[in-house]
Design a protein around this ligand. Structure first.
Ligand code: GLN
Length: 303
C-alpha cells in the first residue's frame, strides 16, 4: 500500500510507463490531481503527505483503465475546454484544444456581425439575441462555450445544438444544465434541425473528418475508445463537411457565418467546397495551437 502521495505517484507513473503511455509521470499526476481532488501543483508540493487509502484504491483502478489506453478524460469524467469544465465519458468525443480555435473564430465572427451587419443583429435599435447552431455537438463544448462567453458579456444568445447519437446527446444535455443554459434547444438528429424558417447568425461544427482508412492509424485512445461516428468522415474525410456547406445557406441569415473545424491537411479541399457554392466570402483559415490550419469558413453573401 502506498504510504504517501509520492509513493502513489511513483507507483502510478510506473504502471503507465509499463503500458507505454506517453509522458507517464505527467499523466499520473493529472490522474492523482483529478481523483484526490487537489490542484496539480499540490500533488507535487504535498507529495510527502499520507495518501488516503480509499482514494488510493480509486487511483489504482483509474491507472488500470489508463494503462488500457482509456482516455484520461473518460476516467475523470470531466475535461477542461475554453476555460470551462465539461462532463465527458465513453460514447462522446473528448473536447480537444484544437477545437478552442473554432470557439475563438466564432467569437470573432459575432464581433464582426455587430460591426458589419447592423440590420441582422438590431431590430428597432434593440440588440437581437445571437442565434447560434452547433451541428454534431457531442459534449456541446463549442456551442456552450460561445453562449457562456456571450452571457458573460451581457449579450443574449439563442443556442441550438444537434447530435445524431442519443448517448452523446445526453452529455450535451447535462452540459447545458451544468452551464445553466436552460433556454438552449437540443435536437437528436443528423446535422440540421428538423424545423422550418429558422435561420442563424452563426453555424459552427466540428464534424467527423478523418478519412475512413486513416482511423486504424490513430492512437489507441482515439481508435479503440472514442466514438467512430464523431471521427469517420468517409473516403476522403470530407463527406460531412460537404453536406454542411451545401445545406448551410438555407439555415443562415444574410451575412451569417459558417465555421468548420477540419483536418490539418484539409484546408485547401474545404476551401474548394466552399468556393464551388459561390455563396460565401471566405476568411483565411485559422491555425490551431500546433500551427496547423484547423478552421475554415466565411460569411454568407447576400444574393
Ligand atoms: N481532431 C480529432 C482527432 O484527430 C478528430 C475530430 C474529428 O474528426 N472531428 O482525433
Amino acid at each position: 500500500m502506498p504510504e504517501t502521495i509520492r509513493d502513489l505517484l511513483d507507483e502510478t507513473a510506473k504502471k503507465l510507463a509499463d503500458a507505454k503511455i506517453e509522458r507517464p509521470r505527467h499523466e499520473a499526476a493529472l490522474l492523482l490531481s483529478g481523483i484526490l481532488d487537489m490542484p496539480l501543483a499540490s500533488v507535487y508540493a504535498h507529495a510527502g503527505q499520507p495518501a488516503d487509502q480509499r482514494k488510493a484504491q480509486k487511483v489504482h483502478s483509474g491507472a488500470e483503465r489508463r494503462a488500457r489506453h482509456v482516455p484520461l478524460a473518460y476516467i475523470l469524467g470531466t475535461a477542461g475546454f475554453a476555460g470551462l469544465s465539461f462532463l465527458v465519458g465513453p460514447g462522446v468525443l473528448t473536447p480537444r484544444p484544437d477545437s478552442e480555435c473554432l470557439v475563438e473564430a466564432g467569437m470573432a465572427a459575432v464581433e464582426r456581425l455587430d460591426e458589419c451587419e447592423p440590420a441582422c443583429v438590431r431590430k428597432q435599435n434593440q440588440m437581437m439575441p445571437v442565434k447560434i447552431l452547433d451541428l454534431g455537438t457531442g459534449t456541446g463544448c463549442i456551442g456552450i462555450s460561445l453562449a457562456v462567453w456571450l452571457k458573460k458579456r451581457g449579450r443574449e444568445s439563442k443556442l441550438t445544438l444537434t447530435e445524431k447519437d442519443p448517448s452523446a446527446a445526453d452529455y450535451a444535455r447535462h452540459n447545458l444544465a451544468l452551464h445553466q443554459l436552460d433556454s438552449a434547444r437540443l435536437f437528436v438528429t443528423d446535422l440540421f434541425p428538423p424545423e422550418h424558417n429558422q435561420q442563424y447568425h452563426l453555424i459552427v461544427a466540428n464534424p467527423p473528418y478523418i478519412p475512413s482508412d486513416t482511423i486504424e492509424t490513430l492512437m489507441p485512445e482515439v481508435r479503440c475508445h472514442e466514438p467512430h461516428l464523431a471521427l469517420d468522415g468517409g473516403a476522403d474525410g470530407l463527406e460531412v463537411c460537404r453536406r454542411i456547406i451545401k445545406h448551410a445557406p438555407d439555415h443562415l441569415l444574410p451575412g451569417g457565418w459558417l465555421l468548420l473545424e477540419h483536418g490539418f491537411d484539409q484546408a485547401e479541399a474545404v476551401r474548394d467546397i466552399f468556393m464551388a457554392t459561390r455563396r460565401f466570402d471566405l476568411i483565411s483559415p485559422i491555425k490551431d495551437y500546433g500551427g496547423h490550419l484547423r478552421v475554415s469558413g466565411g460569411r454568407l453573401r447576400a444574393v
